[in-house]
Design a protein around this ligand. Structure first.
Ligand code: ZN
Length: 198
C-alpha cells in the first residue's frame, strides 16, 4: 500500500538503510528534507557525493583524508618517531581532541576477532610493520579494551617486540567495550600518560 508518493517512499527507504535509522526516523528525516529550501538539499546531496568521491586513506597512517597524505602525517610539528595505533579514525579524532598528543598515528581499521573471522590480514597490520622499518622510537597501542582490542594489542606487541622498538599500551580505565569516542578527554589523557611497557 502506498501512503505517499513513490519518490517519497523511495527516499524513506534509502534513509532507513542508514545505521541507527529506523522506519520512523527515516520518515521524519524524509519529511524534514522535503520541507528544506531546495539549495540546502542540493548542498547536502553534493556534500555527500563529494565526500564519498574524495575521501580516501592516508598513504602513511591510513586515516581518512581527502589528500594523499593527511595533515597530521604531513606536519613537521609532530613527532614522527612515536606512532599510536588505533582501531579507527574516530579514535584518532578522540585523541586529537585532547590536543596533547604530538606523535603520529596508525589506523588499523578494525581489530582482530577470531569469533567474527577477522584475522591479522584483514586489518592494516602489514602496513604498520612496513612503517616500523623506518626510524621509530615507540609504538603506543591504543586499541580498545574490548576482547578484540586486547587480542589485537597482544598480537601486535608480540610482533613488534623482536624489532627492539619500545611498545607501550594505554592504561586501562577506559571502560571495557567502551567506544573511545564517547570517553571524555581527561580519561583519555590519563590513559595515555599512564601507559605501560609491554
Ligand atoms: Zn596520515
Amino acid at each position: 500500500m502506498e501512503y505517499y508518493s513513490s519518490q517519497l517512499m523511495g527516499l524513506i527507504e534509502e534513509l532507513s538503510r542508514l545505521p541507527g535509522v529506523g522506519a520512523k526516523s527515516a520518515q521524519r528525516l524524509a519529511f524534514h528534507i522535503i520541507h528544506m529550501p531546495e539549495d540546502q538539499v542540493e548542498h547536502l546531496a553534493k556534500t555527500m557525493t563529494d565526500v564519498r568521491k574524495n575521501v580516501r586513506y592516508c598513504r602513511e597512517c591510513f586515516t581518512l583524508t581527502d589528500r594523499e597524505i593527511c595533515p597530521i602525517c604531513e606536519s613537521d610539528k609532530r613527532d614522527h618517531k612515536t606512532i599510536m595505533v588505533v582501531e579507527n579514525s574516530r579514535d584518532l579524532a578522540a585523541y586529537e581532541k585532547t590536543g596533547r598528543y604530538d606523535g603520529v598515528y596508525h589506523v588499523l581499521h578494525g581489530a582482530i576477532s577470531p569469533a567474527l573471522g577477522i584475522g591479522p590480514k584483514d586489518i592494516r597490520l602489514a602496513e604498520l610493520m612496513t612503517r616500523l622499518q623506518g626510524d621509530v622510537n615507540e609504538v603506543i597501542i591504543a586499541t580498545g579494551s574490548s576482547l578484540e582490542g586486547e587480542t589485537t594489542a597482544m598480537y601486535l606487541s608480540k610482533l613488534i617486540k623482536p624489532t627492539g622498538i619500545r611498545v607501550t599500551r594505554i592504561a586501562s580505565g577506559v571502560p571495557v567495550g567502551g567506544d573511545l569516542e564517547y570517553i571524555d578527554e581527561v580519561t583519555l589523557l590519563r590513559a595515555l600518560e599512564g601507559r605501560t611497557e609491554l
